[in-house]
Design a protein around this ligand. Structure first.
Ligand code: FA5
Ligand code: MG
Length: 340
């Protein structure tokens, strides 16, 4: 039996040396150590040995079993290590592959221009204030000196929320709100959304944005108005931008004017964009605050005077960036917005 055991050990170890995969090893394990394996059968036949022989053979058989088991374990580890190495090679990271660039959002061009305008005016010493998009008929029309038969009051021009509330048609009600606070002098700008029953075309939208400006102090003149408009136009568009004042009529200012700037495409030469005029579309309305408006807000027009203007931010954005159509600002096509 001793010889049988030693021969079995030798055979098993030789076979293990030659095997190349886990399946081979398992086959050998079953062949020798399985329920019907060769070593198991030898162990079962121990009963036929004599009392003296049995312990010695038992010991030897266990040793043989341990040696075979250890060898199996060692070979298994070797194979696993080799496979890991192979996998590592095939899964290698290609550092030359271009990475995924995360998309970073940006401010809408309108917001950029609004913030730029606000910072220009803050540098010139103005306060930035804000107010509601729904305002009273009193603030939007009455106290702004609009006569009762003024066409802008019509329900075909203005969105009424109720008989005495409207979606503000302009940011001018902010003039009334600030003047009625009673703190003088005033230097403020206020931006926000405004609403009118306007049909959409290249330069009109029923919802658009305005910036209101109001200055009230002793001795404020039309020269101050012209100068401050000239100054911010040059800050915003560059120093060779010219402004043009055209006489106009607003109920809340006297005298009043509308203002255009040089055409952005030709800078005044005349081109198809400006239909040969050399001037942009109308950007803002302005004037000296009407004495009636000052009085409506409890300010004495004999002591104080002021100027105001209301500017279309959408149109300023169009002129600044050469955008031909106001619709582009509201379609929110990312390919368009990405350019700013
Ligand atoms: C006004 O709204 C006056 N409140 C401006 C004002 C303020 C005058 C203070 C005097 C003193 P107007 O209706 O012209 O005026 O509009 C002012 C500007 O808003 C226009 O010059 C234009 O740039 C812009 N605007 C007006 N309607 C639209 C519209 N439907 N879509 C886009 N922009 C518009
Ligand atoms: Mg106008």
């Amino acid at each position: 039996m001793k010889e049988q055991l030693l021969k079995l050990k030798e055979e098993a170890l030789n076979q293990l040396k030659e095997c190349s995969g886990n399946a081979d090893i398992e086959k050998i394990r079953v062949q020798y150590l399985g329920k019907k394996g060769e070593l198991t059968l030898i162990l079962r036949s121990m009963g036929s040995l004599s009392e003296e022989e049995r312990p010695e053979m038992g010991k030897l058989a266990n040793e043989v079993r341990a040696v075979i088991e250890e060898e199996i374990k060692a070979i298994k580890e070797e194979i696993t290590a080799k496979e890991n190495q192979k996998n590592a090679k095939s899964e290698i990271i290609d550092i030359t592959m271009p990475g995924r660039i995360p998309e970073i959002g940006r401010r809408h061009p309108l917001i950029q221009v609004k913030e730029e305008l606000e910072s220009v005016f803050m540098r010139m010493g103005y306060d930035v204030v804000s107010g509601p998009e729904i305002d009273t008929v009193g603030n939007n029309f009455d106290d702004l000196n609009a006569p009762y038969d003024h066409p802008s009051r019509d329900r075909s021009d203005t969105f009424y929320v109720s008989d005495d509330l409207v979606l503000r048609t302009q940011t001018s009600p902010m003039q009334i709100r600030v003047m009625k606070e009673g703190k003088l002098p005033i230097r403020m700008v206020s931006t926000g959304r405004t609403f009118r029953f306007d049909d959409v075309d290249d330069t009109h939208s029923p919802m658009f944005h305005q910036m209101e400006c109001l200055v009230v102090d002793k001795g404020v003149t039309l020269a101050n108005l012209k100068d401050s408009i000239d100054q911010f136009v040059k800050e915003l568009f560059g120093s060779n931008m010219k402004t043009r004042f055209r006489p106009h009529n607003f109920p809340f200012t006297e005298p009043s004017a509308e203002v255009d700037v040089s055409c952005h495409a030709c800078m005044g030469e005349g081109c198809p964009t400006c239909h040969g005029t050399g001037w942009s579309m109308e950007l803002l309305g302005c004037g000296m605050v009407h004495p009636n408006v000052l009085r409506n807000c409890g300010i004495d027009p004999e002591i104080y005077s002021g100027y105001a203007f209301g500017m279309g931010i959408d149109r300023v954005t169009m002129v600044k960036y050469g955008i031909p159509n106001i619709r582009l600002l509201f379609e929110n096509d990312v390919r368009f917005l990405k350019q700013f």
